[in-house]
Design a protein around this ligand. Structure first.
Ligand code: NAP
Length: 273
């Protein structure tokens, strides 16, 4: 019998890279994908099959899934990991940048889910794991665009879980707090061209003072997240949501506080900046 097969997006670095290694160690057949296949050389040498996949390209999403099925004959788990953070005050971020954020973080997973599901439904099994974030549960000033994309991914996943239950397919969300990856450097790159209106200085000051994106001492390692993704893929009845790291667990408590109290605490934190 062929081994269980996983398809991972955004495996060139960080959580995606660590996830590919974790599945390899667990003896899965791993299809590690990235926009630039040469960034996957290390994973290919370790035993992964690699492929070029930019999740914003619909035909490429379909082709990679088709090729995987031709070669492996089965897709047991899809890990929608590729993503980045567009930071900035909501007013300051253009609609073009909002579109780009959704193209990668929401439409990309949707394209791959649609490509994978006919096969998974036919087999009556499979797991879809969507990399969300604590920002998919709690939205704070300066993170509105990124949060909106992750809230969308959460909404999509909750509905999908119910739709796929009768078909034997599981859907799990993984919700890390800050993780030490290239994420914060990419977020800084995406923030740089955003034209600040001058009305939200305290928001940007908070980012600088509190290291709000990278999380400082409270951050997790990509391997911690990878272990959780593997656990969700390997269990017969995965949890709907897996928060990862101390910051995620603490911040998710804020989700259960009344909105006005949460707003007051956030306001106080931003005033301190
Ligand atoms: P990372 O090291 O920057 O990795 C992001 C990956 O996504 C890279 O491999 C990147 O590929 C890929 N990617 C970006 N745009 C893509 C596209 N259009 N098509 C295909 N791949 C694309 O960051 P990470 O922390 O591992 O992030 C992985 C996921 O975890 C993201 O969904 C992120 O939102 C989520 N997350 C991260 C944190 C954190 O603090 N790090 C916290 C919560 C959730 P390239 O090399 O081609 O750019």
């Amino acid at each position: 019998m062929t081994s269980e097969t996983v398809l991972i997006t955004g495996a060139s670095s960080g959580i995606g890279h660590a996830t590919a290694e974790a599945f390899l160690d667990a003896e899965w057949s791993v299809w590690a994908t990235a926009r630039d296949e040469s960034d996957l050389r290390e994973l290919r040498e370790a035993g992964c099959t690699t492929a070029e996949l930019d999740v914003t390209r619909p035909a490429q999403c379909r082709d990679v899934v088709e090729e995987l099925l031709t070669v492996e004959g089965r897709l047991d788990c899809l890990v929608n990991n590729a993503g980045y953070g567009q930071m900035g005050a909501v007013e300051d971020v253009t609609t073009r940048r909002l579109n780009k954020q959704f193209d990668v973080n929401v439409y990309g997973p949707h394209r791959l889910i649609r490509a994978a599901l006919p096969h998974m439904r036919e087999r009556g099994e499979g797991t879809i794991i969507n990399l969300s974030s604590v920002s998919g549960r709690v939205s704070t000033p300066g993170m509105g665009i990124y949060s909106a994309s992750k809230f969308a991914l959460e909404g999509l996943s909750d509905a999908l879980r119910g739709e796929l239950k009768p078909h034997g397919i599981d859907v799990a969300l993984v919700e890390p707090g800050p993780v030490e990856t290239a994420f914060s450097a990419r977020a800084a790159d995406e923030l740089e061209p955003v034209e600040a209106s001058g009305a939200y200085d305290r928001v940007y000051r908070f980012f600088e003072d509190f290291d709000a994106v990278s999380g400082g001492f409270a951050s997790s390692q990509p391997e911690d997240v990878a272990a959780v993704v593997l656990e969700a893929a390997s269990t017969t009845d995965p949890d709907p949501r897996y928060p990862v790291g101390p910051a995620a667990r603490a911040m998710l408590l804020a989700r259960y506080a009344p909105d006005r109290i949460r707003d007051r605490v956030v306001d106080l934190l931003y005033k301190l900046a």
